[in-house]
Design a protein around this ligand. Structure first.
Ligand code: GLP
Length: 240
């Protein structure tokens, strides 16, 4: 086995055993070469091949990180980020980037049938699983029926739990579009991924009952941490 594959194998075992977790630093080229007395080139090759397997990724000027497994995103279920992460056995958390009441941007106003210039509650959060950044969510919520939303909602907590506990509202339906995209400079920085990395862009309108939309959300999720899982069914078998 070439030397670089042995080093890669050793790193893989540490990742599989959980000694190195998603988001952790992988020893640098320099550390590997001095600890194992191998050339920098060999160390670089080992790290490069881990990256090409999708098990690690490197960020210029920062180092190489463990990327971990992909989460299966069930796109047929209405679920909050908090519930989704808990059901997968991970600890959800949020870093709040913005909480504000703003005039609804045109795209939001048209999806939520708002009048021109009507104020809306805007919440921008970095969503994390076990402290690993997973996505950025920009949620816009109707303020008209819930004017004290801004004052009473604690933005670190689950938005959907709050809507339920405070107003007895449950999101039961959502129209969602999923597109492929490339992370912007800011998204790459927040998500700790290389610039222009593949991402999933979700646009969602959530309803508390048919035709009653309350939320518009634009989310950017890491392409290296998610995969879309769906169940498909033939629809023509019941046809006469
Ligand atoms: C999911 C949805 C978002 C929603 C969020 C609420 O991520 N895609 O539309 O705003 O959950 O999450 P939480 O209740 O954890 O704040």
């Amino acid at each position: 086995m070439p030397l670089y594959s042995q080093i890669r194998q050793d790193l893989l075992e540490r990742i599989n055993k959980g000694e190195l977790k998603p988001g952790d630093f992988i020893p640098s080229e320099q550390e590997i070469s001095s600890r194992l007395s191998v050339s920098r080139m060999t160390a670089r090759q080992a790290l490069k091949s881990l990256c090409s397997l999708g098990i690690a990724y490197s960020v210029r000027g920062k180092g190489t990180f463990v990327s971990g497994m992909k989460f299966a995103k069930n796109v047929r279920k209405v679920q909050s980020f908090t519930d989704e992460m808990k059901s997968l056995g991970h600890k959800p958390s949020s870093r709040v980037l913005k909480v504000e009441d703003v005039p609804a941007p045109p795209e939001v106003a048209s999806n939520l049938s708002l009048g021109p210039g009507e104020l809306i509650f805007h919440l921008r959060r970095l969503r994390l699983a076990d402290s690993v950044p997973m996505g950025i969510e920009d949620a816009y919520l109707l303020l008209r029926p819930y004017p004290e939303l801004h004052a009473s909602y604690e933005p670190q907590s689950s938005l959907y739990d709050f809507l339920w506990e405070r107003y007895g509202l449950r999101i039961i339906l959502a129209d969602e579009t999923i597109e492929a995209g490339l992370s912007s400079h800011e998204e790459s920085r927040l998500l700790r991924i290389p610039k222009r990395s593949p991402v999933f862009v979700f646009t969602r309108v959530s309803y508390i009952r048919a035709h009653q939309a309350v939320e518009y959300v634009k989310s950017t999720y890491r392409g290296d941490r998610y995969k879309i899982v769906n169940q498909l069914r033939r629809v023509d078998l019941d046809a006469p």
